[in-house]
Design a protein around this ligand. Sequence first.
Ligand code: HEM
Ligand code: HEM
Length: 461
Amino acid sequence: MPQHEAVPEKVIFFRRVRHSIFPGTTRSVKGREGYRRFFNSLILHFRPRTVPERTLRLTLTWGLGGMAVVLVLLLMGTGVLLKFVYEPFPGKAYESILHLQRDVTFGQLIRNIHHWSGNTLLIVAFLHFLRVFFTGAFHPPRQFNWIIGLGLFFTVLLSNFTGYLMPWDQLAYWAITISTAMLAYIPGVGRWLQVLILGGPEIGPATLSNFYAIHTAILPAILIILMPFHFWRVRKAGGLVIPHSPRENEKNRGESVETIPNLIMREVVVALVLLAVILVFSMLFDAPLESKANPGLSPNPTKAPWYFVGVQEMLMHFHPLFSLFIMPVLAVILLLGLPYIDYQSDTAGVWFASSKGRRMALIAALTAIIVTPAGILADEYIIDLAGRSEGLPGAISNGLIPFAFILAAGAGFYILIKRRYDALNNEAIQAIFVLFLVAFIILTVTGIWFRGPGMKLMWPY
Ligand code: HEM
Ligand code: HEM
């Protein structure tokens, strides 16, 4: 007697329904194997068949690149949903967010996920940038991928910035007002650029619609173009850098293992954990929303979005021409040029270049931790450069002089630490990078937590 005759009719009905949804699962073992192979070959169209086992170590990538991808996809998904309700007009934007939060099922949650993912993405991309730098993954053949990475970072930064204005509340309105006011200090084209971005002489309806179009169409399109380019370059470089200790032979790639399941499973786990964390966080903490934007009443203090507060803090100490233009432009040029410097050694794959490099980086970080707050306090309470050099234009007394001083101090630090440790230029450049990076982080922390009304220094409580 054929076996299915023994199965009750109801069961057969459910099996038929299940078969209509997942035809593969009710097939024979051989049939299922065929499906599995088909699915795997689909994955292998854009992933290599095998990867060096060493690159799977969590301590190489910390899963950061993969997390950034997941967050971008999550932002695109939730962003499209937000578009169904959000209205980019000054008279309606704030109300549409209130409506979204109060009346739309899961509206508040979707907004929270979008808000927290955007901010997390900036931090994750920054940490990924640090891991790439500190494992020397910008050496040939990865030089250009570093440049694409910088492009991605800039796009993510602008996405956060343009998104910031959307809720049209007091926080958004005034943060964008003071951030865009900074543009006016770019020599020559500053004012023109400001009018172009704002869509007029000041922030208004044209600004919101400009930001909306840039946020929901132009920047996502740039991400969609740059991301595959980034991954293709990883592939062309023969995969990720091979992690190894300073004494090991770099050419040793070690064993290779199958991508499926070794790499894919790890990626799925990282993605699921990240999604769970974002979801739980978004259920617990709402995205901020203050009262509706009031162009006649600026909050005190008025701060830029948190990622620009470091620059705003520099503005407290240097003439705008230097803090808002010369220093940021110099930083960008140095970052773009970084992979093309003539290095004495290829340290790709070694964390912090060497054990000596690690020690030097630590000393640079400690120096910045001591010198930066001391400099901020001294400038606030003791030094009065502008007052002392009366008669000189501000761009010189408060700009060129302190700027030249910082450049000289940086150069002095470079020479001293390189000689003291008899170091390679790789290690000394890394130390200088750490010095300025930590200084910038301290400026950011100061601006966020230690500045109160009137932007006066204060102790947070
Ligand atoms: C939206 C932002 C970004 C995304 C989605 C992204 C994604 C990825 C992924 C998935 C990988 C491979 C796995 C890993 O290293 O974790 C990778 C590698 C890499 N990324 Fe990014 N990245 C982004 C930003 C950046 C930035 C800001 C930089 C540096 C300026 C950068 C430079 C690199 C380099 C050089 C590699 C190759 C690393 C190696 O060979 O070990 N990326 N990126
Ligand atoms: C890297 C990608 C993105 C980032 C970093 C980002 C970031 C942000 C941020 C920080 C906000 C303000 C959220 C708030 O506090 O209310 C925002 C709002 C918004 N975003 Fe995005 N976003 C991204 C992509 C997208 C995409 C692809 C879309 C749609 C196609 C989109 C649509 C929106 C809309 C409609 C709003 C206004 C709603 C609101 O403010 O809650 N976003 N975005």
